[in-house]
Ligand binder design. Structure first.
Ligand code: HEM
Length: 170
């Protein structure tokens, strides 16, 4: 079983990267779509843009985010990545998840208050998403040696609670 999972690592990585492209692309596109909400739009235009942002968020961007995180979590164990650059990556992924939730909140606000919500400048929303995204990509692609950073003991030592299944050794 474990050999099969190891053989599937390239496939898992491909799905991880495919899903994160959709996730990141959606997070960049949604603030621009939201910026097109103009309170002076006709009812029909307003409904069309509201539905497009809402459906893109629910049916495309959020499932892609969940797929990225789930497959990424499998990869942690299959690749045995327990290194400082990876913990840094997780910190910036957490910021991406916050930005994702914030964008969802703006979409709901826009839908429920019909033009009375003050939409944040798209530049601010874009920076909230592009900065952590760039940091994640830098950390995962450059894999910088951050061993000089002092990590708490619980991140360096095993906790003596082994997983109930075998995981591959690097
Ligand atoms: C909770 C979310 C995530 C987890 C747990 C996770 C975990 C992982 C793991 C364990 C690997 C394999 C690393 C290796 O083989 O050395 C990986 C690869 C990768 N991840 Fe993620 N990841 C997550 C989110 C993201 C995000 C949001 C991005 C980009 C914005 C990203 C970009 C990549 C890339 C480009 C690779 C391929 C790197 C390589 O093969 O050298 N990941 N991820």
């Amino acid at each position: 079983m474990i050999e099969l999972l190891i053989a599937l690592i390239p496939l898992f990585k491909a799905v991880h990267i495919f899903a994160l492209i959709i996730w990141c692309g959606g997070l960049v596109t949604l603030p621009l779509m939201i910026a097109h909400h103009d309170p002076t739009d006709s009812g029909e235009d307003y409904r069309r843009i509201r539905q497009a942002t809402h459906q893109a968020y629910i049916f495309c961007v959020t499932p892609a985010a969940v797929t990225t995180v789930v497959i990424g979590t499998w990869l942690i164990f299959l690749r045995g990545v327990f290194e400082p650059w990876f913990y840094g990556k997780l910190l910036f992924v957490a910021l991406m998840v916050f930005a994702h939730a914030w964008i969802g909140h703006i979409i709901v606000e826009v839908a429920e208050t019909k033009g009375r919500t003050r939409i944040p400048e798209p530049l601010i929303t874009l920076m909230a998403i592009l900065l952590p995204m760039a940091a994640v990509l830098f950390l995962v692609l450059a894999k910088p040696d951050l061993s000089g950073i002092e990590l708490p003991e619980w991140l360096r030592e095993t906790r003596d609670h082994p997983l109930p299944f075998e995981i591959p050794k690097r």
